[in-house]
Structures are given as C-alpha cells and as structure tokens.
Design a protein around this ligand. Structure first.
Ligand code: ADP
Length: 570
C-alpha cells in the first residue's frame, strides 16, 4: 500500500522531463526536415539554372554558326549550291551540335524575277523570300526548297524584325514545311539577316534596301531540346512554351512530365522566362518524383525515433533513480522506527521486569533483616500470608511479561498454536473474573457488572480466549480510573460477542486502530501505568486466528467499549 502510494506520486514528477524531451525531439526533427527542404530547393534551383544555361549556350552556338555562314557568303560574289553544301559539311554542325535540322539560305525574290525561281506557294504578295539552299540535302529538307517564308505570318514577322534590327531573330512556334505528318513536332526558325557587302546599314531604310535574304536554321523542338538535355543528368522535368504563358497551345516541348506535376499548384514548380533572339520562352520546371524522394532523407524520422527512445530511456532512469531514493529513504525511516521500537521495548521491558523483581527483593531483604534481629513478628501468620500474597502477585506479573514476550515471538515467527475445543464463553468469562477477584476489589461493587448469555458456545482455543478476556479485563482495570466495569456476553445464531466496558480515560480517535499494533501504548508512559503495549496486539492475533474481529468504541474521558466477535465455528 505504502509502495503504491509512492509510485503514484513519483510518476507525475517525471512528466515535465518527458514533455521536454518530446518537445526537443520534435523541434530537432522539424529543423532537420526544414534543412532538407532548403537543401532540396537550392539543388532544384541550381538544376533549373543549369538547364537554362545549356539551352542558351547551345542557341548561341547555332547563331554563331549562322553568322559564320553569312561571312562565308560575303567572302565570294556568288556561292553555288555545291559550295554551300561543302561549307556546311565542313562546319560539322550536325555532329557537333545535334538537334538542328540544318542550315539554309532564303533570298529576297522581287516580283518580276519570280519566273526565274522555284517559289511556292504562289500568290499575290509584294515580297518573296524563297528557300534557295537547305543543307544537309535529304528528303525532308528538299521538301522545303522554294518555300516562300514570307507567305506565313509568324515567319514573316520574325524576318521583318531581323531585317529591320539587323539582329538574329527566333520565330515563335511554327510548323516546319519539311515536317511529316506521322510524328509531327513543333518547329522554330532562327534567322540571321544577310545584307549586301559594305552597304550602309545604320538606318532601317538602309537595312531594308540592302537586304539580300536570311541565313537560317530550322529546328524541331523535341529533337532540339532532347539533344540538349540528353547529355545532362538533370533531376528535373520541364515544359517549354513559346511566349509568356503556360498556354498548352504554345507548348514547344515537355520532358518526362508526369501528369500529377502538370497541376499548376504543385508546390515545387518553378517558372522561368528566357529571352532568346528577341523571343520570350517560358519554362515550367518541376523536380522528378525520384529527386523529391531522394531529397527526403531519413534523418528527421531517425532523429525523431532516437530522440523519443532516448527521452523514454532517460525518464525511465529518472523514475527508477527517484524510486530507489524514495525506497532507501523509506527503508531508512523503517530502520530508524524499528530501532526506536527496539529501544522503547528495552526500556519498557526492563521497567516491567524490574518492578516486580525490586518488590520481591525488598520483601526478601525485610524478612532477612527481621530474622537477623530475631523479630518474632516475621514468622507471624499475618506477615507470612502477606509475603506469600505479594510474592505470588509479583511472580504473576513477571510471568505475564514473559508470557507476552513469548507470545509475540511466536506470533512473529508464525508459531502461535491454537488448540480448539467446545467452549462456553460465559463460563470462561465467569472463571476469569473469579480468578481476578483480588484485582477487582478497587472498583465499586468489587466486581464487574455482568450480563451473560447462556447460549454462548463455540469451537475455540479455551486458553487463548481466556488470554483475550484477561487482557480486556486487566486493561479495564488499568485504564478504567477505578470505576465500574460492565461485561456482557451476547449471541447470535452463528456468532458470540464479548463486550468489556469501562468508564475511564478513553482513547483518542487517532489511536483507535494503532493500539492493536505491537508495542503501541497510545502515549501512556510506563511510569504512569505499567504495560508492554502487547496485550491488544496478541488479543487481535488470537481473535483473528479464530476468524473473529476485535475493535474499540471510545470517547476520551468517557471510557472505552472493547468488543470481540467470535464465529461459533471458524
Ligand atoms: P498495555 O496495556 O500493556 O500498554 P495493551 O496492548 O493492552 O498494552 O494496550 C495498548 C494501549 O491501549 C495501552 O497502552 C493504552 O494506552 C490503550 N488502552 C488499552 N485498553 C484501554 C482502555 N480500556 N482504556 C483506555 N486505553 C486503553
């Protein structure tokens, strides 16, 4: 009971530590998670930058190839198709920078010269820019020869921009004329304006007037961007749009994009814009699922688990240590109580033994002195009787102390024997009272008032029950202030009751239970009233071993009523 109480008190004291541990673990794992996330976002941004740098680098290479080709055209008056073919092969453009469809020359054909050129589609237009050369020579590129690029709005607009600005220009999304229908891809054209050599080009008019045509390159967007990304090991998926928006109509390219990331609200997407040769392209980047998975390290979870286990372990050690300290404190207390009980017992026991011994010694010395002085009264009947009576009284007292001490040792070692027989409790009470007649002389009437039921038979140990009766009557005499004593034996079909009532000092409520413990004297000192504090303890053990009960009803200053209940058959 005591231990249980201690445990329920010790556990709540550990809660703040447990909570603190969990809190620290939580903060730590959230911090690690946050760090992971930051690292991941940095890596993601770095990859998108890398992807865009690659595109820019590659497009600049294409442009410089076109500018070099322009220089080649400038270097001679007329460049034949074969010469251009040879030049193109030497550039090794297709091998060094795959993704390009080729390189060509489109020249301005005035209306009146139309008949000298193969031009399609025919139509009533003021200017024609027909494709004259387009290398490498293959079936696809051949399909484009003669195509008037001014016939289509997007191309026309871009060519005008290039012509007027003198700068390279990119078309938006177009459909290449060489595109076959089986596996179509969006297209892009890059134009470099080609003017007459040494012509004044510092005004728009000058540039318009002196334009010969365009060196250009067509691109199939999937071929182009696949080639660019092929060499890289990027962990990102990308969509590329012509223009400023993520408009599916203007989609030029999508790489690996899994549907769930097409959701524009995806938390990790990054949208970037790039201006390339006068044209804006929009990039929609998302990390690959693998990249996301790899970036989510197990560290925060492992930290959380280890932290939690560590907290539990720490709390456990804390609780165990605390408990052990409490137990050792309790055992210290128990030990010191035991030592005090032992010391008290020695002082009480020695007092209890010493008093009758001293009395016996005094009597013996008195007689010895009388004999020495030849005092004849020493041998008188009266003195001899008094001596015998005193000796008997003190011997009985000694016997009682020794008996009590023997009993307690039997009880503590579990050797208190009970030998049952048929006993009449009322008869037993009468016998004890008769034996104690001398002691009752102090109280009014010289004997207790009796009320004894005839039907008071039971199967008990007569000697032990007698011990209980004697103890209760002795206590009534000791603590009853020499007032009346009432003794009653009553009965029920299965039980017999013994009540001993006195009108003496009574017992304060705090001692009502305690007086049944061994060596408990309820604050009465040995010099005030002699006693070992064992009688009620022994009585309780005897009653208990008969399956009965013993208790007290009392009011301080008004007396006590001790009651014993004994089942007829235990
Ligand atoms: P002892 O009488 O030897 O001290 P007991 O075990 O018989 O030992 O009683 C224990 C204590 O109970 C006594 O010391 C006394 O304080 C109290 N007590 C017992 N009987 C009575 C009583 N009839 N009236 C008042 N106090 C009593």
């Amino acid at each position: 009971m005591k231990n249980l109480k201690r445990e329920t008190f010790s556990v709540p004291n550990g809660w703040p530590i447990l909570l603190l541990g969990i809190l620290i673990t939580l903060v730590l794992s959230l911090y690690l998670r946050h760090k992971d996330r930051k690292q991941f976002l940095l890596q993601f941004e770095h990859e998108t930058e890398q992807a865009m740098r690659r595109i820019q680098y590659r497009m600049e290479r294409y442009e410089s190839a076109l500018i070099q080709a322009r220089a080649f055209f400038h270097s001679s008056v007329i460049v034949s198709a074969d010469e251009f073919h040879e030049y193109f092969q030497e550039t090794q453009l297709m091998e060094r920078f795959p993704g390009i469809q080729g390189m060509g020359l489109a020249i301005k054909v005035p209306k009146d010269k139309l008949k000298h050129y193969q031009v399609w589609p025919q139509g009533n237009r003021s200017e024609f820019f027909t494709i004259l050369y387009l290398d490498p020579i293959n079936e696809r590129n051949n399909r484009a020869i003669g195509y008037d690029m001014f016939s289509e709005a997007n191309r026309r607009e871009t060519m005008i921009k290039a012509r007027d600005s003198g700068q390279s220009a990119f078309t938006g999304k177009i459909e290449l004329v060489q595109e076959n229908e089986i596996n179509p891809q969006p297209g892009l054209n890059l134009y470099v304006p080609y003017y007459k050599k040494n012509a004044p080009l510092n005004t728009i008019e000058g540039r318009r007037k002196n334009l010969i045509g365009f060196i250009f390159s067509p691109f199939r967007t999937y071929d182009l961007f696949n080639e660019i990304f092929k060499e890289t090991n990027l962990n990102i998926d990308v969509e590329i749009f012509d223009g400023n928006d993520l408009d599916p109509k203007n989609l030029l390219y999508d790489y690996n994009l899994v549907p769930e990331y097409q959701n524009p609200h995806h938390k990790f997407r990054l949208i970037e814009r790039m201006n390339l040769f006068g044209r804006t392209f929009t990039f929609h980047f998302v990390p690959t699922p693998l990249f996301i998975r790899q970036s989510q390290s197990l560290m925060p979870i492992i930290t959380a688990i280890i932290g939690f286990l560590f907290t539990l372990l720490f709390c456990r050690i804390f609780w165990i240590t605390k408990r052990q300290m409490e137990i050792s404190k309790a055992s210290e207390e128990t030990l010191s109580t035991a030592l005090k009980v032992r010391d008290d017992f020695f002082s009480i026991a020695s007092h209890e033994l010493k008093t009758p011994l001293t009395s016996l010694k005094l009597h013996t010395q008195m007689i010895q002195r009388g004999i020495k002085q030849n005092d004849p009264t020493v041998y008188s009947q009266e003195r001899v009787n008094a001596l015998i009576e005193q000796t008997d009284k003190q011997t009985q007292r000694l016997e009682r102390v020794v008996d009590d001490m023997l009993d307690i040792s039997r009880i503590k070692t579990g050797k208190l024997t009970i030998e049952k027989d048929f006993v009449n409790l009322s008869d037993l009470v009468s016998d004890v009272i008769a034996r104690m007649t001398g002691q009752f002389q102090m109280i009014p009437g010289g004997a207790p008032r009796l009320k004894l039921s005839k039907d008071s038979e039971g199967f008990w140990d007569p000697i032990r029950i007698e011990q209980v009766i004697t103890n209760l009557l002795t206590n009534a005499l000791k603590y009853g202030n020499n007032k009346e004593i009432d003794v009653e034996v009553s009965s029920l079909p299965n039980e017999v009751f013994l009540s001993v009532k006195d009108y003496g000092r009574g017992i304060s409520p705090e001692y009502k239970e305690k007086i049944f413990n061994s060596f408990e004297r309820a604050g009465v000192s040995a010099s005030e009233i002699s006693g070992l504090g064992l009688g009620l303890y022994i009585s309780k053990q005897i009653v208990k071993s008969h399956g009965g009960e013993i208790w007290v009803e009392s009011e301080p200053g008004k007396g006590s009523l001790f009651r014993v209940k004994l089942p007829r058959k235990a």
